[in-house]
Each structure stands twice: as structure tokens, then as C-alpha cells.
Design a protein around this ligand. Structure first.
Ligand SMILES: CC(C)(COP(=O)(O)OP(=O)(O)OC[C@H]1O[C@@H](n2cnc3c(N)ncnc32)[C@H](O)[C@@H]1OP(=O)(O)O)[C@@H](O)C(=O)NCCC(=O)NCCSC(=O)c1cc(O)c2ccccc2c1O
Length: 265
């Protein structure tokens, strides 16, 4: 994939900078976006000059708002993809496996599957204007893989359950307080700050960093099995009456009706 449509990828010194570039959809991802993200992360992996990857979103409003709910309401899926399947699980695994730090530069709202991406990043730096949260249960979706299990490792069981069960939004300072991000900076300084973190890590031994990342991951690698099952479940649930009610209600700008007549018992 020589050129990207939904993202941009540039190498700036030791930083590989991946930007989700769908601001009109608040940087929500469709299947093609995920294909392109995988391609860019793979390029960053093999490029010896790249010592860390910055993941961010275009514009000031959103980092990433997860799956493109309007696309899902329209077609029941996240649209066409190069290999004929929605590879978000592969992207999660790749972000963990790439042997270089992934730094989320959270420039705006990180919600749903977009929030999961920032949770999976090795470190997160937030603009003071950023907002955080999960939204799946509101739109007929969920991430019962890394999105819940790894989140619980990051913020603890009680907080993770609160985040998923109530779908609230949290400020950057609240995110810092609960250990969801590493630092909060003025929005205008975000990218400069993220690049300075890359410069710092680029002065260190890449092999030591690689071993350390693999060692940190080993403790939660078993969650990959859970993630695989969760993605299979989501494929089925997403097209159910209950799942589609959430997506359709969002597209129609109304409150979803998850009453007994739609709920999957
Ligand atoms: C993000 C918001 C809280 C922002 O609210 P706000 O009031 O500030 O702005 P608007 O609501 O007016 O939004 C502006 C504009 O952007 C469009 N938009 C926002 N988010 C999305 C989106 N995710 N998809 C498509 N379009 C989006 C919005 O419609 C507006 O457009 P206009 O044309 O009307 O101007 C709020 O927007 C919000 O709650 N957004 C939805 C968040 C959400 O539910 N995300 C998806 C969760 S599900 C998911 O992410 C997911 C992840 C996975 O990994 C999966 C894996 C496998 C299967 C399924 C998966 C899955 O579903």
C-alpha cells in the first residue's frame, strides 16, 4: 500500500508519526483505516531509523472515536478491506508486538475503539483538552478482549468496570489521576512534547527497550486468546437486532431502545 487515504505516515528523525486522518468522522476507523494503520506500523517496525511510534489524530477535536458507527449503521459492518476482514484484533496485537515504544499523543476525544488504541499504547500523553471513555454499550458494541482486560491492568478492576458499565467521559486530568495517561500538556505543545519523549528513548539501547517491551507484554499475552474470542463474538453480535439498534440510533441521532424486545437473552 504505497499511499494512504485514511491516515498519514511520516518519519521525522527517530519518530514514526501515524495520524488517523478522518476528521469529518472524528477520526473513527473503518476497515480500510485499520488496514492502513497495520501497514504503517509494519513500516515503522522494519525501519531501523524509527525508534518509537507516535499515534495521533488529525484536527483538534478527536484522537479517535473507534469504529465508524455511521458506516456500520449503513452496511452492518465496517466496510471493505484489503483482505476481506476487519483486522482490528491484528492491529491491537501489532501495537503490542512492535518492539519499539508506541506513544499515543491524545489530541482530542479518545472513545470506544479509539480509547482502546490509547490504552494499548505503551505510554500516553494527553492534550489538556482531551476526553476519554468507552461507548460500546451505547452503540451496540463492546471490546471484551484487550479493551477490557488490559484496561483493568492499567486502571484497576473497579475503575475499568466503571468506565465500561457507565460509558462516562473523563477529562485529561482525571485520566492522569487514574493512571490512564502518563502526562498532560497544553494542546498546542502536544506533538513537540511527544517528539521529545521519542528523542529521549532514541538515546537509549534499542535492544534493551525491545527486551523490556516483550517482558512487560509477557504478563498479559494470554489476553490475546480472550481478544480473539471477543472479536468473533463482536462479528456475531454487531449484526444482531440489539447490536444494530445501537448503531442505527447513533446514526439517527436518537436514544437507543435496548428494551426486552431487542435484548439478546
Ligand atoms: C465522540 C462523541 C462523544 C463526540 O460528541 P460531540 O457531541 O462532541 O460531537 P458529535 O456527536 O456531534 O460528533 C461530531 C461528528 O462526528 C461524527 N462522529 C463522531 N463519532 C463517530 C463515529 N464513531 N463514527 C462515525 N461518525 C462519528 C458525528 O456523527 C458528527 O457528525 P455530524 O455529521 O452529525 O456532524 C460522539 O460523537 C460519540 O459518542 N461518537 C460515537 C462513539 C462510538 O460509539 N464509537 C464506536 C464504539 S464501537 C467501536 O469502537 C468498536 C471497536 C472495535 O474494536 C470493534 C471490533 C470489532 C467489531 C466492532 C468493534 C467496534 O464496534
Amino acid at each position: 500500500m504505497a499511499q494512504f487515504e485514511d491516515i498519514t505516515y511520516q518519519v521525522d528523525g527517530p519518530a514514526g508519526i501515524i495520524t488517523i486522518n478522518r476528521p469529518q468522522r472524528y477520526n473513527a476507523f473503518r476497515a480500510q483505516t485499520v488496514d492502513e494503520l497495520i501497514d504503517a506500523f509494519q513500516q515503522a517496525w522494519t525501519d531501523q531509523a524509527v525508534r518509537a511510534v507516535i499515534l495521533t489524530g488529525a484536527g483538534e477535536k478527536a484522537f479517535c472515536t473507534g469504529g465508524d458507527v455511521k458506516q456500520r449503521a449503513e452496511t452492518g459492518d465496517y466496510g471493505p478491506s484489503a483482505l476481506g476482514r476487519f483486522r482490528i484484533g491484528d492491529l491491537h496485537k501489532l501495537m503490542r508486538d512492535i518492539p519499539k515504544p508506541v506513544i499515543a499523543a491524545v489530541n482530542g476525544i479518545a472513545i470506544g475503539g479509539g480509547h482502546v488504541l490509547q490504552v494499548l499504547a505503551d505510554v500516553s500523553i494527553a492534550a489538556d483538552t482531551a476526553r476519554f471513555g468507552q461507548a460500546g454499550p451505547r452503540v451496540g458494541s463492546f471490546d471484551a478482549g484487550f479493551g477490557s482486560a488490559y484496561l483493568a491492568r492499567v486502571v484497576g478492576e473497579k475503575k475499568a468496570r466503571e468506565i465500561w458499565f457507565f460509558c462516562r467521559q473523563y477529562t485529561a486530568d482525571q485520566a492522569l489521576d487514574m493512571g490512564l495517561v502518563n502526562a498532560v500538556v497544553p494542546a498546542a505543545d502536544l506533538l513537540t512534547e511527544a517528539k521529545s519523549w521519542v528523542d529521549e528513548v532514541a538515546a537509549l539501547s534499542p535492544t534493551a527497550i525491545k527486551f523490556l517491551k516483550q517482558s512487560f507484554n509477557a504478563d498479559t499475552d494470554h489476553q490475546l486468546g480472550l481478544s480473539n474470542m471477543a472479536m468473533t463474538a463482536l462479528d456475531m453480535f454487531g449484526v444482531s437486532v440489539e447490536g444494530m439498534e445501537g448503531a442505527t440510533a447513533f446514526a439517527e441521532k436518537r436514544t437507543p431502545d435496548f428494551g426486552p424486545h431487542v435484548a439478546w437473552h
